[in-house]
Design a protein around this ligand. Structure first.
Ligand SMILES: Cc1cc2nc3c(=O)[nH]c(=O)nc-3n(C[C@H](O)[C@H](O)[C@H](O)COP(=O)(O)OP(=O)(O)OC[C@H]3O[C@@H](n4cnc5c(N)ncnc54)[C@H](O)[C@@H]3O)c2cc1C
Length: 473
C-alpha cells in the first residue's frame, strides 16, 4: 500500500462487488494502472436511510473485511457518488474509473451522472462484468425480445453458463488518498410510519461478511448440494446455501459458487436454476423498471386491498410474528432474529399477508426490504409479485397456501416452529402446527389467530372474482 501517488494509477469504484477474488473490474483496473489502484467505496446516506439497521450493519462489516484484505487501503468516503468519485479520480490523477456494472433503475441513473461528471474532467467510467452470471438484457427470445417467463430464459441461461472461468486476486499496490476513513454510521432511518412501533431486525445476529466466510459456506454446501431437491423446502433443516447476503453485496460472485457446486446431479442442477432465477429477476427489472412498484399484470393491480386501521393493526401483528398461525409467526420471527428467512417460509408469510390479510404486496415487500440482510430490489419485489399473482410466472392468485397444511408438509416435526415460537415448544405435533391446537394443548401463552383462514380465503376469492369481465366491481 502507498500514500504516495504513483503514476499511472486507476480507480476501482466498489459497489455491489465487495471482494478481491474473481473481480473482473478490479483485474481491469490493475492492468490499466500498471498495478497501482485506488480502491473507493462511497457511503451513500440516502440509500442507507432507506434500509433497516441489519443490512447496513452487514454492509459495514463487509467494508471492514474488504479494507482489511486490502491492508487498510480502501478509500472510504461519505457523500454523493458523483462528487466523491470525481474528487478521488482528480486527487490521484486517474483517467479511468472501473466499476462492476449495475442494472437497477437507481444505479443506472447514478452511473450516467457519474460518467458525465468524469467526462467533464477528462476521465472515463468503464463498466466491467456484472453481479450476475449473465448481464441483464443479454438473453433474448427468437424475436429478439426479453423473456416474460422463466422457462425460456433458463434454457438460454444454461447454455450461456456452461463454461466460465474464475479469476485470481490480482497483485495490487493500493493507493490511499482519502484519509481519515469515513466512519460507517447509518443516518437517521426513514422508517415508514405504518410499520408501527414494533421491533425490526436491528438486533439480529448476523453472519460474518467476509470472503473467507462465503468460501467456507460454499465448500460446506458443495458437500450436500446433491440433496438440495429433498432438503431445500424444509425450513427446519440446513438445506439451502445461505449465500444470499454474500451475493447481495458481491462478497461472492455466482461464478465462484457454480465453480464448486457440481451440476451433474438433480440437486446441483436445481440449485443452479435458483441462481438463474436471480438473473431472471434482475433481467425483468432491467427491462421493466416500473415493476419495482407496479404489478406486471395490470389486471391484478385492480384487486381490492385493505389499508384501514384494522389492516394496519393486522399488518403490524404480521411483522411481529403475532398472527396466531405458527408457521407464519415462526417465519416473521426468524426475520427479526436473523435478518433472513427461509425461502419456503417467505412464500408462506407473503401469501398470508396478501391473501388472508388482504394487504397490498408492496407493504410486505417494504417490510422485507427493510429487514432482510439479503434485501435485493429485483429478487424481493418479483418474489412478492410471484406470490401475489401479479408477476411473471406468477402463482395463480386462486391457489392459496393453507398455512396449516404448509406447516404439516414442510415442518412436519415442528422443529422450525418450535425454534422461533417458544410458546409452542412443549406442544406436541400436530397441534403445534395448528392455530388453535397450541392454545388448547399447552401453548397458553400463544396468541389466538387474528383471522379465520377459511373465511379470509373465501374473501380473497370473492375479491378475485370482482376482476372478472362483467362483474359489478
Ligand atoms: C417474498 C419473497 C421475497 C424475497 N426476497 C429476496 C431478497 O430480497 N433477496 C434475495 O436474494 N432473495 C429473495 N427471495 C428469494 C429467496 O427466498 C432467497 O434468495 C433465498 O431464500 C436465499 O437463501 P439461500 O441463499 O439459502 O438460497 P439457496 O436456496 O441456497 O439459493 C441460492 C441462491 O439462489 C438465489 N435464489 C434462490 N431462490 C431465489 C428466488 N426465488 N428468486 C431469486 N433468487 C433466488 C439466491 O441468490 C440464493 O442465495 C425472496 C423470495 C420471496 C418468495
Amino acid at each position: 500500500m502507498s500514500n504516495e501517488i504513483p503514476s499511472p494509477v486507476a480507480l476501482m469504484w466498489f459497489r455491489r462487488d465487495l471482494r478481491l477474488r474473481d473481480n473482473p473490474a478490479l483485474v481491469a483496473a490493475t492492468k490499466a494502472g500498471a498495478g497501482n489502484v485506488a480502491g473507493l467505496f462511497v457511503l451513500d446516506e440516502g440509500l442507507m436511510a432507506r434500509s433497516g439497521k441489519a443490512r447496513n450493519d452487514f454492509m459495514a462489516d463487509a467494508l471492514v473485511q474488504l479494507d482489511a484484505s486490502m491492508d487498510g487501503g480502501l478509500n472510504l468516503v461519505k457523500g454523493s457518488a458523483v462528487t466523491e468519485v470525481v474528487k478521488l479520480a482528480k486527487a490521484v490523477g486517474a483517467t479511468q474509473v472501473f466499476a462492476t456494472q449495475e442494472f437497477t433503475p437507481y444505479a443506472i441513473a447514478r452511473d450516467l451522472e457519474v460518467a458525465q461528471a468524469l467526462e467533464a474532467v477528462g476521465a472515463t467510467l468503464v463498466h466491467v462484468d456484472s453481479p450476475y452470471m449473465i448481464k441483464p438484457g443479454a438473453i433474448k427470445n427468437l424475436s429478439g425480445q426479453p423473456y416474460k417467463v422463466f422457462g425460456g430464459f433458463r434454457k438460454g441461461w444454461e447454455s450461456l453458463t456452461a463454461e466460465f472461468s474464475v479469476l485470481a486476486i490480482p497483485r495490487v499496490n493500493w493507493v490511499l488518498a482519502a484519509s481519515p476513513k469515513a466512519t460507517i454510521s447509518a443516518p437517521k432511518a426513514l422508517r415508514p410510519s405504518y410499520f408501527g412501533p414494533g421491533a425490526d431486525s436491528s438486533a439480529a445476529v448476523l453472519p460474518v461478511a467476509s470472503e473467507a466466510a462465503a468460501k467456507k459456506l460454499i465448500a460446506e454446501f458443495a458437500t450436500r448440494s446433491s440433496q438440495y431437491v429433498e432438503t431445500r423446502n424444509v425450513p427446519g433443516l440446513s438445506g439451502t446455501s445461505r449465500l444470499s447476503p454474500y451475493l447481495r453485496f458481491g462478497i461472492v460472485h455466482p461464478r465462484q459458487i457454480l465453480d464448486k457446486v457440481s451440476r451433474f446431479d438433480d440437486g446441483g442442477r436445481t440449485f443452479a436454476s435458483e441462481l438463474a432465477w436471480r438473473d431472471f429477476y434482475a433481467d425483468v427489472l432491467y427491462t421493466n423498471p416500473q415493476s419495482r412498484y407496479e404489478a406486471l399484470q395490470p389486471k391484478m393491480a385492480k384487486l381490492r386491498t385493505d389499508s384501514d386501521a384494522q389492516a394496519i393493526k393486522r399488518f403490524q401483528a404480521w411483522t411481529q410474528g403475532q398472527t396466531g398461525y405458527p408457521i407464519v409467526d415462526a417465519g416473521m420471527r426468524q426475520l427479526l432474529a436473523e435478518g433472513w428467512m427461509h425461502n419456503r417460509v417467505r412464500m408462506i408469510t407473503a401469501s398470508f399477508l396478501v391473501k388472508h390479510l388482504h394487504i397490498d404486496w408492496r407493504w410486505g415487500a417494504e417490510w422485507f426490504m427493510w429487514n432482510l440482510i439479503d434485501g435485493d430490489i429485483a429478487s424481493n419485489q418479483h418474489g412478492w409479485q410471484w406470490v401475489a399473482g401479479t408477476g411473471t410466472d406468477a402463482a395463480p392468485f386462486h391457489r392459496i397456501f393453507n398455512p396449516t397444511l404448509q406447516a404439516e408438509r414442510f415442518d412436519p416435526t415442528g422443529e422450525y416452529i418450535k425454534r422461533y415460537v417458544p410458546e409452542l415448544k412443549d406442544v406436541m405435533v400436530p397441534e403445534c402446527l395448528r392455530p388453535q391446537g397450541g392454545t388448547l394443548l399447552g401453548g397458553f401463552d400463544y396468541v389466538s389467530p387474528i383471522v379465520d383462514q377459511g373465511v379470509e380465503r373465501n374473501e380473497a376469492l370473492a375479491r378475485l372474482a370482482e376482476l372478472k369481465p362483467g362483474s359489478l366491481a
